[in-house]
Design a protein around this ligand. Structure first.
Ligand code: BDR
Ligand code: CA
Length: 308
């Protein structure tokens, strides 16, 4: 199995991404690192532990990371993810899984250097932990196998401001550091594709594992309602699970390499990813952007894995 680190700000869809990664058995999950984002660092960590409990996983280390974005105040997304971050689904169940010592950026650095060329990193929250790792140890870019992150939007509109996607908006300076770090293989899974990965009640009805099905149903219930009131569809976007899905099987997405930068100094556009599709800046591509996804293939894989 491929060595993987998941870096998460565990809200509803991060949690389902963790379920998918663990159940896929495709990965040797070295650890799950947490970051503030949808909810506080502590809440994201507790939620991560609860999901591992649900899976009866006791061996996967959970390591805490950044409590705030690099230069900005935290900006939580309780509107979508609920007070607890999991749509209330595991609210009254205490977390048993124990948090490991250490700091996420150091764990990321040490893992990458210990297994040079072997570690894939999937980031589904603001990129603060990875940016801190890059700042402390810039040579990790040469030793990582691949980075896949959920964040940004290159052709569409934002989901937190008119132009910005949530993860990029919360810590745009971190996103900028990561994009400019010189990672040879880095894939962006943005709203351009994640808005096409829409989980419906029908998908949930195909899940055979009672415990996971009822968890997913409960956790996404309000999220689906909110998605319906904004977009008029009875579904909700599997942003983070799609990034995991692309790590499992990259043939479900169509990508293009471009130069992309992040706006950090604008009143209206902070956190916007600016993709130089026509190479007007004359720069080398620094990012593989996902432009299309086979959502049907993704959900077929999703259901198969969760039923395994
Ligand atoms: C991203 O923002 C968060 O609310 C989700 O967990 C996902 O990572 C989508 O914009
Ligand atoms: Ca997330």
């Amino acid at each position: 199995p491929e060595k993987l680190i998941l870096d998460v700000d565990t809200g509803i869809d991060d949690a389902i991404g963790i379920l998918l990664a663990v159940k896929s058995k495709k990965f040797d999950l070295l650890g799950i690192t947490t970051v503030n984002g949808n909810v506080s660092l502590d809440a994201a960590t507790v939620n991560t532990c609860k999901i591992l409990d649900l899976l009866e996983e006791t061996e996967i280390p959970v390591i805490k990371g950044a409590e705030t974005p690099l230069f900005r105040e935290p900006f939580f997304e309780h509107r979508i993810h609920g007070e607890d971050g999991l749509g209330g689904a595991l609210k009254d169940i205490p977390a048993r899984n124990v948090v490991s010592d250490g700091f996420a950026p150091d764990f990321i650095i040490n893992s990458i250097l210990s297994f040079s060329g072997e570690v894939t990193l999937v980031c589904t929250g603001p990129l603060t932990n990875l940016a801190l790792a890059v700042k402390k140890c810039p040579q990790i870019t040469k030793h990582v196998k691949k980075v896949i992150f959920m964040g940004g939007v290159v052709k569409g509109v934002g989901n937190i401001t008119p132009t910005a996607e949530f993860n990029a908006y919360v810590d745009p300076e971190a996103a900028k550091i990561v994009l400019q770090a010189g990672f040879p293989a880095i894939v962006q899974v943005g709203l351009d594709v994640t808005r096409k990965a829409l989980l419906t009640k029908e998908h949930i009805s195909k899940l055979k594992n009672e415990k996971l099905a009822s968890y997913i149903e409960e956790s996404t219930r309000d999220y689906q309602e909110k998605y319906y009131s904004r977009y008029g569809v009875h579904a909700c976007a599997m942003h983070d699970p799609l990034a995991v899905g692309i790590a499992i099987n990259n043939t479900i997405a169509v990508t293009e390499k471009h130069y992309v930068d992040v706006e950090t100094k604008s009143e209206l556009c902070d956190g916007q990813l600016v993709c130089d599709f026509q190479n007007r800046l004359n720069k080398q591509p620094n990012l593989e952007v996902c432009l299309e996804v086979d959502a049907e293939a993704f959900f077929a894989m999703f259901i198969k894995i969760l039923n395994s």
